[in-house]
Design a protein around this ligand. Structure first.
Ligand code: HEM
Length: 403
């Protein structure tokens, strides 16, 4: 009853436009009725971290065992691999419990998601790489965390590690014994727990963060990053008119729900439907996006990494494409240079390219090969990292960026 009336208040708040004010320092008002737990309660994900994992990492870091764990993790890659030998007993116990799918995971949906990822792969490389990757730089907390953590100083290998995650998630056998994603998620969850302990010790990070005592990477932070990935990609595919069956859309969401669980997000925060995800995204992510000096620098570094590969287009075209995906407000925040001629080509050519590729129009646009080379180049960049000897394993950091 109490929850119901609280919800009523929140609905009124939404009607008055108040629900768009999602700020980590303000009360959270998204009801978990729209979550996979389906409980009509309101709890604050900005105040939830990872109790199952964080104390373990504090112990491992304090006892200097992380380098040995990283070494032992080198050969632990496939979901079906035995747990690595020679790691601390507490970590083995932890992994026995967490290196597994949630009880509600549906293998049939995960298989459908894998097929969907395969069919969508060209769009996914583009959207995750040039869309979500750059969007992460206008999520202030994430930008500052990434910049001031150890990996922020070596963005090339950091980006490669993030590619590893995306590649493992999108692989056809991602959740099967031969796939890597469950293991990769566990390594990522452990990495996040290490960052929660390490970053608050960085004077640089403390100087720029929004709350001196704050612990990074809460469940709320992870949710908004999910919206910059899954929810963003789903929305773009829909707006481009790409054919997706209801079952495919549901499967793609299910894959992300499992991914969020594996990163330690509680079920009562994980959206149950795309409608709920969209609502949570508009509530929590949209109002939080803003430029920071760290984010502007990271975006430049990331865009330069992609323009170091020959995509058959100019730097101006690549920056304009990022603007096209994310909007000019974000482009202006990040000080992305303008190239109006390229913008015209993109605005006319990209929808025509998608229509032709999807069989919705028989007319080959004159700019077909330009866009085809561009997205194939991005795909190669991604795939080279995922399959070649340069595959970059995820390692748990032991310090912060020096300065
Ligand atoms: C590390 C993925 C959310 C901050 C990582 C890594 C992956 C990853 C794959 C390991 C590779 C690397 O070291 O770069 C994800 C995913 C997320 C998520 C899939 C959500 C869906 C967040 C959020 C923050 C964050 C919300 C901060 C607000 C970091 C930091 C590192 C890291 C600081 C460590 C980088 C280092 O070693 O210095 N994340 N992350 N992540 N993540 Fe996340």
């Amino acid at each position: 009853m109490q929850n119901l009336s609280r919800r009523g208040v929140l609905t009124l708040g939404a009607a008055l436009g108040l629900a768009s004010v999602a700020d980590p320092s303000k009360a959270w008002a998204w009801s978990s009725a729209g979550s996979i737990a389906g409980t009509d309660t309101v709890s604050d994900p900005w105040r939830v971290w990872d109790d199952a994992t964080d104390p373990l990492l504090v112990d491992l870091l304090k006892s200097g065992q992380v380098p040995a764990v990283n070494k032992a993790f080198e050969k632990w890659v496939d979901n079906g691999d035995a747990l690595p030998a020679g790691i601390p007993a507490a970590l083995t116990t932890y992994l026995r419990q967490h290196n597994t799918l949630p009880s509600w995971a549906d293998q049939a949906k995960l298989d459908r998601a894998a097929q969907f990822n395969k069919r969508m792969s060209m769009y996914l490389f583009l959207l995750y790489g040039l869309g979500s990757g750059i969007m992460s730089t206008v999520i202030p907390r994430e930008a500052r965390n990434v910049y001031w953590s150890e990996g922020g100083a070596v963005m090339k290998s950091r980006a490669a590690k993030t590619f590893t995650y995306g590649y493992d998630l999108s692989a056809i056998d991602a959740f099967k014994p031969t796939g890597h994603f469950v293991v990769t998620s566990n390594k990522t969850r452990l990495t996040h727990a290490a960052v929660r302990h390490l970053l608050p010790q960085s004077s640089h990070w403390r100087a720029v963060t929004d709350d001196q005592d704050f612990i990074p990477i809460s469940n709320g932070d992870i949710l908004i990053t999910f919206h910059s990935l899954g929810t963003f990609v789903h929305g773009k595919l829909k707006s481009w008119g790409i054919r997706m069956s209801a079952a495919e859309e549901e499967a793609f969401l299910h894959m992300w729900q499992v991914a969020l669980h594996l990163l330690g997000v509680r079920d009562d925060f994980i959206p149950a439907t795309w409608a709920a995800a969209k609502e949570q995204s508009q509530y929590a992510l949209t109002p939080l996006m803003a430029p920071t000096p760290e984010g502007i620098d990271l975006a430049d570094v990331l865009l330069n990494l992609t323009s170091a590969v020959d995509l058959g287009v100019t730097r101006g075209f690549q920056r304009e494409f990022a603007r096209y995906l994310l909007g000019d407000k974000v482009g202006d925040w990040l000080k992305l240079p303008r190239d109006y001629a390229s913008r015209t080509v993109i605005e006319v050519g990209w929808p025509a390219y998608v229509r032709f590729r999807e069989g919705l129009s028989p007319i080959i646009p004159t700019t077909f090969s330009l866009f085809d080379q561009f997205i194939r180049g991005l795909a190669m960049l991604f795939l080279n990292n995922g399959t070649s000897a340069t595959y970059t394993p995820i390692t748990i950091p032991t310090g912060n960026r020096a300065g």
